[in-house]
Write a protein that binds this ligand. Structure first.
Ligand code: NAP
Length: 308
């Protein structure tokens, strides 16, 4: 099969950090155009809007949508309606209903829709899933604490409604636990802390359980300075499992069992090529559903204003 002609929409931080090097390494994709109001990539034909791009470059087969989530649906609708395969950055949309609509459009048009969850492709995630499947889990603790000023400088959208606030990184943890735990869990209580000048939370505490009464406790906090923590800790009959550094390292009872260099976005593009070739879609909304449930069920606490 010849390479898939890919276009990227919303040329910003994640495109430069991850999409471009991964696409450049991929034999499956050929980057043929971009659409972005300001961002361009040297040597790649650039358009300001997705409409201009789709009109000007009919050879585009697939489009990666990398703008903030509040603006993803409109672009996805246009691309799918034009018969293009679509890769959605995480989170796949600002609401559950718009993602369901995109799934229906993709099915009707016979094209592939990919709701990507990059953290699921972190190197130690599959070994962690295999370990948990081999034992009895007693409890799970998720600690996702990072410094928003370091990771998201000047990103106004992330503090606006639909930008998810601390759930922007927290949804990565949710994408992992929804993949590695044996049963679906659901939120039983939550507290969301909103800076008094923002429409999205800076911190969240979540309690979950599953049908077997397994308890999961998660703490997301964007006010962490110094050491950053992206850990999932499970107490099990076979000891304490720590999936650390966002899914990069797996330890059991303090012994490092698995650590490999991360290649999350290369794996995402391999998966995207695979679903295009097989004529299927991959849309799992479970992580976004947990976020929606946290907003539905969570208590709201007002905290100090946030300034970049
Ligand atoms: P970003 O750099 O702030 O935004 C990406 C680009 O989207 C911007 O450069 C901008 O390009 C375009 N954009 C911004 N506001 C827009 C609007 N109102 N309408 C249309 N386009 C707009 O954000 P990012 O960090 O790359 O994140 C983008 C997505 O990737 C988010 O969903 C995020 O969760 C996800 N992601 C980010 C990271 C990360 O480390 N940053 C990691 C994994 C996933 P133009 O001004 O040129 O249009």
């Amino acid at each position: 099969m010849p390479p898939i002609n890919l276009a990227i929409v919303g040329v910003g931080k994640i495109v430069r950090d991850q999409h471009l090097p991964s696409v450049a390494r991929s034999a499956d994709f050929n980057l043929v155009a971009t659409a972005s109001r300001h961002g361009t990539i040297d040597g790649v034909p650039a358009y300001k809007t997705i409409d201009e791009m789709l009109d000007a470059v009919p050879s585009i087969d697939a489009v990666s949508l990398c703008m903030p989530p509040q603006y993803r649906y409109e672009a996805a609708h246009k691309a799918l309606s034009a018969g293009k395969h679509v890769f959605l950055e995480k989170p796949p949309g600002a609401t559950l209903s718009e993602v369901a609509d995109l799934e229906a459009i993709a099915a009707a048009r016979g094209v592939s829709l990919f709701a990507s969850w990059h953290s699921r492709y972190a190197p130690a995630v599959e070994p962690a899933k295999a370990f948990l499947a081999s034992t009895h889990i007693k409890s799970v603790e998720v600690i996702w604490k990072e410094d928003v000023r370091h990771w998201h400088p000047n990103q106004a959208w992330i503090w606006q409604a639909g930008g998810l606030g601390v759930f922007d990184p927290g949804i990565n943890a949710l994408s992992i636990i929804t993949h590695i735990l044996p049963k679906a869990a659901f939120i039983t209580a939550a507290t969301l802390e909103f800076p008094e000048n923002c429409d999205a939370p800076i911190a969240a505490e979540l309690h979950f359980k599953d049908a077997d009464n397994l308890t999961i406790h998660a703490v997301f906090d964007w006010r962490q300075t110094g050491k950053q923590t992206w850990d999932i800790v499970a107490e099990t009959n076979a000891g304490t499992m720590v999936l650390a550094e966002g899914g990069a390292k797996l330890s059991i009872n303090g012994d490092l069992k698995f650590a490999e260099p991360e290649q999350e976005y290369s794996a995402l593009y391999s998966r995207f090529a695979q679903i295009i070739k097989s004529g299927t879609s991959d849309v799992d909304i479970a992580p976004l559903r947990h976020v929606a449930d946290a907003f539905l069920l969570g208590k709201r606490k007002s905290v100090a204003a946030f300034h970049d």
